[in-house]
Design a protein around this ligand. Structure first.
Ligand SMILES: Nc1ncnc2c1ncn2[C@@H]1O[C@H](COP(=O)(O)OP(=O)(O)OP(=O)(O)O)[C@@H](O)[C@H]1O
Ligand SMILES: [Mg+2]
Length: 162
């Protein structure tokens, strides 16, 4: 089953009088359970493409379909719900809320979505446990290093490959 599909996607930015073509005609599809790596030099458009697939930004042309839904064909509010409920995203600069602890960062989207605080915290605790970060639940993002997070991710990948 195809969960993510990009059809001839382009994205350009105009910065002053210079036009930057960040993504040029990308088509791809990702099946459920499939891992896809996108590699390329700095500035080649990887983060821009991820922002488009994640429904954070909209393409200049082409289409992005998430579980068959064309992200350009739905309202801002519907895209917000889709981002909150159907797609996860690790940003290049993490974008964690600096004044919230690890568990508060993880449970916030559930609480915004109407899940009771107690239940949201339980689910967040289980999510942290699943990436071996239960012991850091009360720590602020500034107390956790990017390297530690990468180690956790590599552990997870080994787990999935096993
Ligand atoms: N908001 C923006 N306004 C203008 N130009 C932008 C904007 N966002 C990205 N760009 C430009 O688009 C191009 C692609 O940027 P992008 O961040 O997607 O690259 P990247 O492949 O993720 O790079 P890196 O490996 O360094 O993270 C770059 O030339 C960048 O300067
Ligand atoms: Mg990037």
């Amino acid at each position: 089953m195809v969960v993510i599909e990009a059809r001839n996607v382009t994205k350009s930015f105009s910065a002053g009088d210079v036009d930057v073509q960040a993504v040029c005609g990308i088509s791809l599809s990702v099946n459920a359970g499939e891992f896809l790596g996108i590699v390329g030099p700095s500035g080649s458009g990887k983060s821009t493409l991820l922002s488009l697939i994640g429904g954070i930004d909209t393409p200049t042309s082409g289409q992005i379909l998430l579980e068959g839904t064309d992200l350009a064909a739905i309202s801002d509010d519907q895209r917000t719900l889709l981002r909150r409920r159907r797609i996860g995203f690790v940003f290049q600069a993490f974008n964690l809320l600096p004044t919230l602890s690890a568990i508060e960062n993880v449970s916030l989207p559930l609480e915004l979505d109407g899940v009771a605080e107690r239940q949201a915290r339980q689910r967040a605790a289980a999510a942290l446990e699943s990436v071996n970060l239960a012991h850091r639940a009360g720590h602020l993002p500034s107390m956790m290093s990017g390297g530690e997070e990468l180690e956790q991710l590599e552990d997870e990948l080994r787990h999935y490959r096993a």
